[in-house]
Design a protein around this ligand. Sequence first.
Ligand SMILES: O=c1nc[nH]c2c1ncn2[C@H]1C[C@H](O)[C@@H](COP(=O)(O)OP(=O)(O)OP(=O)(O)O)O1
Ligand SMILES: [Mg+2]
Length: 219
Amino acid sequence: MANSFLAASDVVVVATKNAGKVKEFAHALSKLGKQTSSLLDHADFPDIIEDGETFASNARIKAKTAGDALGVPVLADDSGLRVHALGGEPGVYSARYAGEGAKDADNNAKLLRELSRLETEGDNQANETLADGSKLLSGAQFVCALALYDPATGGFLETEGTVDGWITDKAHGSGGFGYDPLFWLTSLGRGMAELSTEEKQRISHRGDALKKLIALLEQ
Ligand SMILES: O=c1nc[nH]c2c1ncn2[C@H]1C[C@H](O)[C@@H](COP(=O)(O)OP(=O)(O)OP(=O)(O)O)O1
Ligand SMILES: [Mg+2]
């Protein structure tokens, strides 16, 4: 389905209701001459139950549910944050870390609460301080699993991308979404929420997974 998918459709349907993701996909896909549509354009589309144990399985669930319902190939993203000092939490539970229906601000507040409860030594280099006085609390990794599903064949194309950084005790920037304000990129000396969509695309877990997917599609 790979080549036919890129050639056949002018619009890529992404099985998400997250406006932040939609903005990033629209930015990336426009470079391929594609328009992006999402479940935000299908307001009555029922919430998809994300009961997989991995990012990859949740991405497959979202893509298949929407693809079978809409009858067109669908791309889905399941993503989240692994915080090393928390043993990889919140992981696949990132969106509902502070409870069902939690807002980004609730999840960020819960993350800072959990980290402040920890003994901050050893691996997480809790004593490291940035120029503005904020502290690096723990190493962390964003993960993005992408699944492209074609209901005509039942086939999937799947990739996974990551980016490493640190959780800071204070927010930096107001761009992006989710945990971006607390995610610090030591390599850039900037926070994820301080990056433009273009810059985030270049370094992020989602940009990484998309790059790999486009490479598969172009094979
Ligand atoms: O680039 C990112 N920058 C910051 N935070 C991020 C990012 N990527 C994922 N995240 C966080 C947000 C949410 O707490 C969880 C995703 O959960 P996830 O279920 O995949 O997405 P969602 O429920 O927001 O929308 P949907 O399922 O409709 O695609 O990880
Ligand atoms: Mg979700």
